[in-house]
Design a protein around this ligand. Structure first.
Ligand SMILES: *Cc1c(COP(=O)(O)O)cnc(C)c1O
Length: 204
């Protein structure tokens, strides 16, 4: 479980921590800095939103996994900062399986090539793939998106210098059940945890 905290109030996020949740995520660097500073230091923060390159240096020290590598220039910038800081950055490639224009990410047919390219970037470790399904009233309608991501992973792993790709980050409040059935290792859940507290997490 990756709890996507967005605009959830700090005391509520602290309540999740008290229940044992240790993986949390933000989609904006600024909010990640603020939450990370306010929560105990053993929370593993994940970055799930569009990552502007000018926020990388300040954000990386607080981040355990970047889910949203959606363009080559971001992979290059993460690699450069990893080299500068002497660290390894763990990340996932975001894949736009549904082809929606409003979503970022690589097209499915370029994923194998980008993975092979990224495998050669110093300081960057690509550990898997991430996707967001199209919003559907019936979660079941999202299943083909998750199957497609898993197949992409299965066909690209352990070839052309690419590693195991053990992580599949897929499934949100609305559609996590079919995602888990199709092999998700990480579900990113926001509104189902935070509904009714503070401003709506979905207002962004
Ligand atoms: C907000 C967000 C989530 C969580 O969405 P919910 O529908 O609130 O569970 C997951 N992934 C990303 C990238 C998000 O921005």
């Amino acid at each position: 479980l990756v709890a996507v905290t967005k605009q959830a109030p700090i005391d509520f996020v602290q309540g999740l921590y008290d229940l044992g949740v240790r993986r949390m995520a933000e989609n904006r660097p600024q909010q990640l800095w603020e939450k990370a500073a306010a929560l105990p230091s053993d929370v593993r923060w994940h970055m799930v939103g569009r990552f502007q390159t000018n926020k990388i240096a300040r954000t990386l020290p607080a981040v355990a996994l970047v889910h949203s590598v959606d363009r080559r220039s971001l992979a290059e910038a993460l690699s450069a900062e990893a080299a500068r800081a002497g660290i390894e950055v763990r990340c996932l490639l975001q894949v736009n399986v549904t082809g929606e224009e409003t979503k970022g990410g690589f097209a499915p047919d370029e994923v194998a090539e980008v993975l092979a390219w990224a495998a050669a970037l110093p300081g960057l470790r690509v550990d898997g793939l991430m996707t967001m399904a199209r919003y559907e009233d019936e979660a079941e309608a999202c299943r083909p998106t998750f199957q497609a991501l898993r197949r992409l992973r299965d066909s690209a792993a352990n070839r052309n210098g690419v590693g195991d790709l053990p992580i599949l980050s897929m499934g949100m409040s609305n559609d996590f059940e079919p995602a888990v059935e199709e092999g998700a290792t990480h579900v990113r859940i926001g509104s189902a945890l935070f509904e009714g507290v503070g401003p709506s997490p979905s207002s962004t």
